[in-house]
Design a protein around this ligand. Sequence first.
Ligand SMILES: Nc1ncnc2c1ncn2[C@@H]1O[C@H](COP(=O)(O)OP(=O)(O)O)[C@@H](O)[C@H]1O
Ligand SMILES: [Mg+2]
Length: 592
Amino acid sequence: MPSSSTLVPLSAPDKAHFGLPDLPATLLALQAEETIAFLGTCRLLVCRGGVDLLGTTLTASRSNYPVFAPRSHAIPIITALPASPSSSLKVLALPEHFEQTCAQADAVVILQELRSGVEGLGLVVPPFEGIFSPSSSTSEDWGLAGFQPLTSDTYALQPYTLPGSWARAVDGFVPQERDPLEEKLKGRVALVRGMKNSGKSTFARGLANQLTTRYQRVAFLECDVGQSEFTPPGLVALHILTCPHFGPSFTHLLQPYKAHYVGSSSPRADPSHYLAAIDALLQTFRLDVQFIPAYADSDSPAQADQADTRIADVVPLVINSMGWTKGLGARLMQQVEDLASPTHIFEFSSLDGSTNPLDTFQPSSAWASRERQVIPLEPVPPSPRLAQYSAPLLRALGVMSYLHSAGEGTVKWTTALPLCAMLPWAVDPKLAFDQVVLVGPGAEDVVPSEVGTVLNGALVAFVALDEPAEHRPAAHAGHTLPYEQRRAPPSPFSSTCLGLGVVRSFHPTTGLMHVLTPLGPSQLSRARVLVKGELELPIYGFLDHRQTEEERAKGLGGVEWGKVPYLEWGGSRGVGGERARVRRNLMRRSHL
Ligand SMILES: Nc1ncnc2c1ncn2[C@@H]1O[C@H](COP(=O)(O)OP(=O)(O)O)[C@@H](O)[C@H]1O
Ligand SMILES: [Mg+2]
């Protein structure tokens, strides 16, 4: 922890000099190996030397990054790296009055207040209340609201540590600056696999982050529908990343390049749709992304940033897999691996060392002879401190974070209003959608007259079709909604999921639907198909967090509990609780 003498608040002209917004900011001069651990949020800019953050090396540049450090996940630590000849080449010019403070420093960073509103999610999803603030007040105050440097107050926190095997694995995969061009231009595909909670997502995110320091674009394929990295749960998605993302997944929900809705927290109900979705995303990666420079899409190649020295001609791919590694899950992951033919497989060994011989991954004959490396990694030891944040709770947080996010490309959340008080889009589904599709166990039993009831209060996906006209169904004279029982979702090869939303109400007489979604009008208007899957809106989405205990005891939004729509007090079941029958679709031979 640096002493406060090396902390210098920035003036307004200083901030303008670094291209930073006019919010409180402080400059820190660090000696090699000095560390800053913190809770909360901030914006980070490295202006001299380099630092390590969550396994990613950041060197001086004009780019600044939001960093999110909640206690529900491993706490990030900024570590100053020793000054090296190569890092000193990349110095940002400092205003003169800082020169004296920084003369002896190995690394100089600026930390700035980040007003994202992410803390408000703790009010919406109470199990996460206060995750961005320390449990006791600390004496250190750096003048940045929402940012708490940690000194000894580390009780009940889990710091991020970088196991040696992880660091070596990343170094071995990411090309070095001194590597010959030929080496740099190789197509690299990494697949991360292992058990639940072994650290897959954290490692995959770190690997993608480090790759963004060498490549202008990095592709990320999420195959874990239960814990998606850059989208809410239920989706398999292909992302193109251009900068690192520091924080757990609920703090960086991005618009995917292409995505498909599975509608469940596991591919169990429809393995063949899951595999087709991944296959389609891999094809998109190979055909549209891997060797096509970004500026090929834009009108003028001159738009490509001349100052960006990162590799532009090839895009590496990082694939994160699901933690379901037994039985059917293992066989599905084997198929994903065959489709992806990774050049490197990063494998978390199982802690107990016991594996069923059927569950071990063996290269199938199709590409057994191909070159690939399997790199074993140490799993993170189970942490009792983080265990209270279970997978279903994190999924609920992911959905609520998405629904409260201020929209595309922003790091902002608005939680002043609960979902029940937000202004919705009024949509005429007959005009807006060609099809309404229900997927998941029991969906095939929903008759057309009931579909409006099923959609009320439902979490839904908006899907765009490549060729909308071809899929236009025959007229549905009798029904208000374009729904056909047992209709399959659109093929992943000719559609993409734009994002999710909530059907807050469907009025059968007017035929109007009220829809909430962070998608902007340009995206939303591309949607032609509405898909409802097995995933329901979390209970937090039905409540009003502004209420006092006393108000909540009486009812919701001025309506007494017995009459509140969608909710049954006491049973507290979500909408459709009475409808959803537990039925796991049987696995058919044709699925594999
Ligand atoms: N290197 C690490 N140091 C400390 N904690 C970690 C590290 N990697 C992961 N964790 C914590 O372990 C838990 C599981 O990690 P995660 O990456 O989500 O695993 P998986 O994707 O395999 O389920 C998370 O709470 C995460 O914050
Ligand atoms: Mg994961």
